[in-house]
Design a protein around this ligand. Structure first.
Ligand code: ATP
Length: 503
C-alpha cells in the first residue's frame, strides 16, 4: 500500500500533474502546484461538480466570494478562539492533535540541525558542493533523517490503528525529550490556531489583522440575503461555490490529502426550520450517488455518521473513500442548523431572516451543507485509476484510466511521421477539432512510445495519421482501455470523441 502511494506521488510529478510548491527551494511543506495535466484534470472535476450542482438544479445558484473577509466573520463562526476551534471538536482529536504538534516540533528541530549541517558543508565546499550527493551520503544527515522517519512512522501507525495508548505514550515521551538534551522543554502550552493571519493596509498602526479563510462556507452565509433577494429564490434553495481555503494543518504529510492551501467545493442549502433533517438525508444520498457515478467502484465508498458533533451541527456524516492509505473522509455533509446565520446576526447587528410566504412568518433559515475537497477528489480519482498492466505479449504499460469526461487530454493527434505531408494533414485535423476538445499534438518518437505516454496521462483516444489517410481520408483511432484500433473516416472523429468524453 505504501508502495502504491509512492507510485502515485512519483507518477503525478513525472507526468505533469502535481509538483511540490517552489521545488527549486526544496518545496514548502504541504503546499503543491498543479502542472499542465493536473490543472486540466482539476478544471474538469470542477466543471463536473458545478454542472451537477448548479446547472442541473433550478434552485441552486453559484457564487465566487473573496478569500479575504472581515475579521469579525471568524469570531462569529467560532474559528478565532484557539482551542475551541471548530476544526477540533472532541477529546480524542485533542490528544491526536497534541501528539501531532509534539512530533511536528520534534521533527522541525531535527530538520533545523540537518539544515545547519548542509549549510556548513555548502560553505566549506563552495562551488563544488553537490547537495543531493551530500544528503544521500553524509552520516549525520542520514541519522537525522532516520530519526525523523522513525517517529513519523510510529505516529502514523498508532493513529492509523487508533492506538490511543501509544499516542499517549508518545506525548509523554516527547514532552520530556528534547532531541538533544533530553530535558523538559514543553512547559509552555502553545496556543494554536489553524488560520493563517495576514494584514490589510500599509502602515503598521492602522493595519487590520485578517485571516485567509479556512473554509469557503462563511462567504456564502454572509451573502445569504444578497443572493436570496437578487435571485428571488424561495426556500428551499442552495448557494454553491468552489474556492481556495487555507489551514495551517499540523500534520500534513499525506500528499494532497491534507494540504495547507486547498480547494473546496461547497453548497449550502437553506431550508425552513424543522425540515433540515429530511434535506440532510436527501443530500447524503444525492452526494453519494454523484460519487458512485464516477465509476470507481461502489465498494470504495462508505458513510461515516458522526456521533460526536461539532458545536454548530445537529447531524453530520462523511462520505469516506478507500484511498491507498485506507478509508478516509472525502466529503462532509452537515446539518449546520441556524448556528452560522444567527451568529452573523449577533455580530453584525443585521437581520439575516427570510419571509416565508407560506408560513407567513420571518425566520432564520436552517442550513444543510455539502463540502467536498477538490484535491481529495483528485487524489481519489488519480490513485484509483493508476495501474500497471501486463499485456498479452508480456510487456507492461502504465495506464491512468480516468473517466473520459475528466481526462486532461481527450485525444492525441499523432502523424506517423513528419514528412510526406502527414504532419500538415494531422495539423488540419487538430485545428478542426481544437475548438471542441483539449487535444495533444505530437510527431516525435516511435508510435508505440507515444501511445504509452498518452496512456500514462489518461488520454481516451489516440488518432494516428498515416499515408493511407491522405488518400482515403480515414485514420486509426486507438482506445486507451481496450487498446483496440479501428479505422474511421476523419469526418466521424468529432462525433466519436464527443460520445466518449461528454459529461
Ligand atoms: P479532516 O477531518 O480530514 O481534517 P475536516 O472534517 O476538517 O477534514 P471539513 O472541515 O468538513 O474537513 O472540510 C470539508 C472537506 O474539505 C473535507 O471533507 C475535505 O475533503 C476537505 N479538506 C479539509 N481539510 C483539507 C486539507 N487540509 N487539505 C485538503 N482537503 C481538505
Amino acid at each position: 500500500q505504501e508502495d502504491v502511494f509512492k507510485k502515485v506521488i512519483s507518477h503525478a510529478k513525472e507526468y505533469g500533474f502535481i509538483f511540490p510548491s517552489s521545488e527549486i527551494y526544496d518545496g514548502l511543506s504541504a503546499v503543491y502546484d498543479y502542472g499542465q495535466n493536473g490543472a486540466e484534470l482539476k478544471n474538469n472535476i470542477k466543471q463536473y461538480w458545478w454542472k451537477a450542482m448548479v446547472q442541473l438544479n433550478e434552485n441552486i445558484v453559484g457564487i465566487d466570494s473573496a478569500i479575504l473577509m472581515h475579521p469579525t466573520t471568524w469570531k462569529a463562526s467560532g474559528h478565532v478562539d484557539a482551542f475551541n476551534d471548530p476544526l477540533i471538536d472532541n477529546k480524542d482529536s485533542k490528544k491526536r492533535f497534541r501528539a501531532d504538534v509534539l512530533v511536528e516540533d520534534y521533527c522541525a528541530k531535527i530538520e533545523d540541525k540537518e539544515n545547519k549541517e548542509i549549510e556548513k558543508a555548502a560553505k566549506r565546499f563552495g562551488d563544488a558542493f553537490d547537495k543531493d550527493q551530500f544528503v544521500a551520503t553524509n552520516p549525520k544527515v542520514l541519522e537525522y533523517r532516520a530519526r525523523r522517519e522513525a517517529i513519523l512512522s510510529r505516529l502514523a501507525k498508532s493513529l492509523e490503528n487508533e492506538d490511543l495508548a501509544d499516542v499517549k505514550a508518545l506525548i509523554e515521551e516527547l514532552e520530556i525529550a528534547d532531541p538533544d538534551t533530553g530535558s523538559k522543554n514543553w512547559t509552555d502550552v502553545r496556543q494554536f490556531n489553524l488560520m493563517f493571519g495576514t494584514k490589510l493596509g500599509a502602515s503598521a498602526d492602522s493595519a487590520m489583522d485578517l485571516y485567509l479563510r479556512p473554509e469557503t462556507a462563511q462567504g456564502i452565509f454572509v451573502n445569504f440575503l444578497n443572493v436570496q433577494k437578487t435571485s428571488r429564490h424561495k426556500l428551499p434553495f442552495g448557494i454553491a461555490q468552489i474556492g481556495k481555503a487555507f489551514r495551517n494543518e499540523i500534520v500534513a504529510r499525506q500528499f494532497i490529502f491534507r494540504m495547507r492551501e486547498f480547494e473546496q467545493m461547497e453548497m449550502q442549502f437553506f431550508v425552513a426550520p424543522g425540515t433540515e433533517l429530511e434535506f440532510y438525508e436527501k443530500w447524503k444520498q444525492t452526494r453519494l450517488k454523484w460519487h458512485l457515478a464516477l465509476g470507481l467502484g461502489d465498494e470504495n465508498y462508505r458513510f461515516h455518521d458522526h456521533e460526536k458533533l461539532a458545536h454548530y451541527a445537529n447531524a453530520a456524516a462523511d462520505i469516506e473513500f478507500n484511498f491507498p492509505f485506507g478509508f478516509k473522509e472525502l466529503e462532509g455533509i452537515h446539518s449546520r442548523t441556524d448556528f452560522d446565520l444567527k451568529a452573523h446576526e449577533k455580530y453584525s447587528g443585521r437581520k439575516l431572516q427570510y419571509f416565508d410566504p407560506e408560513r407567513n412568518e420571518n425566520y432564520v433559515p436552517y442550513v444543510v451543507e455539502t463540502s467536498v475537497g477538490l484535491d481529495r477528489l483528485f487524489l481519489a480519482l488519480f490513485s484509483h485509476c493508476l495501474r500497471d498492466e501486463v499485456l498479452e505479449d508480456g510487456s507492461e504499460r502504465t495506464v491512468l484510466s480516468l473517466p473520459p469526461a475528466l481526462a486532461p487530454v481527450k485525444a492525441a493527434i499523432l502523424p506517423l511521421m513528419k514528412k510526406d505531408g502527414l504532419a500538415e494533414y494531422a495539423e488540419k485535423i487538430f485545428n478542426d477539432l481544437k475548438y471542441d476538445f483539449n487535444l495533444f499534438y505530437e510527431e516525435k518518437d516511435a508510435i508505440g512510445k507515444r501511445y504509452r505516454r498518452q496512456d500514462a496521462i489518461g488520454t481516451p483516444y489516440c488518432i494516428t495519421i498515416d499515408h493511407d489517410s491522405l488518400i482515403d481520408h480515414t485514420v486509426t483511432i486507438r482506445d486507451r482501455d481496450t487498446m483496440q484500433q479501428e479505422r474511421v473516416p476523419v469526418s466521424e472523429l468529432r462525433r466519436i470523441i464527443d460520445e466518449k468524453t461528454n459529461f
